[in-house]
Design a protein around this ligand. Sequence first.
Ligand code: ZN
Length: 319
Amino acid sequence: MSFNENAQLDTSQVESGGGGGFGRGGGGNFPGGIQIGGGIGGLILLVLMLIFGGGSILGGDSDGGSAGGLPSQELEPQQVGAAGQVQQSEFSQCKTGADANRDDVCLIIATVNSANDYWSKTLPKYQMNYEMAKTVIYEGQVQSGCGTASAQVGPFYCPLDSRVYVDASFFQELESKFGASGGPLAKEYVIAHEYGHHIQNLLGLLNRAQQDPQGPNSGAVRVELMADCLAGTWVKHATETTDADGTPLLQPITQQDIEDALSAAAAVGDDRIQEKVQGRVTPENWTHGSAEARMSWFNQGYETGDINQCNTFGVDRVS
Ligand SMILES: [Zn+2]
């Protein structure tokens, strides 16, 4: 979906993270940077289970077993963004919807604005309170409340600091590496999916991914498919979201938009990724769901616009 050119963006809902600072060119290469290893590995694996693309991007989950056994209550949120935190002025290029239509960083901000507005209006209708979640936009590597993460893991949500983390370069990978068709809604879907995880965190559902981390009908897959469905409900209502002045953030959705979102959802299906990475499909290792299931649950949310239709734990099988 394209943004309304006159809509005003609220950059206070995003933060800049990453060792080298954002938008200074290069990126991804941090002299003297933090090595991931030892105890942090467990933290990283915890994050991996919640990310958009799945651990299989990193070459399989042979060491994934330890993550399930990691008691999340032992994890203390770390200070977020202490190093590499950059001022809001870094987003000074993102003022309006027109900026979001030509710049991926501004697109992230505009989508975050829309998602926060949507959920703040929607959860009260279901007798629940919404707590605004910020998004950290980073380049290369970032310190999150769930440990250090590199852009390789893809966008993710950290329940320990209630923040979404996105490296804008992922959008190019979505097309070049995963084969999605591109288009604005493909990118917006990625952000909306992560906000789906934030809703799940508010509802106390995220731990069900850790309790049952793998398999075609596992808790992890059900959590991911629910996030796809919740993203679909946002798409349904996205044009109703507004900036602080009441100007709609988004223009009406097109059929091309939906096709782009479905293409992105399919591209990050476990079966598609496994075919690419390991040359065969092993459902017993699925963490996010098949291409078909991801499209189907996204559609369920989009067509109904009702979060009660996103209960992936209420059906016998999701795959
Ligand atoms: Zn996810």
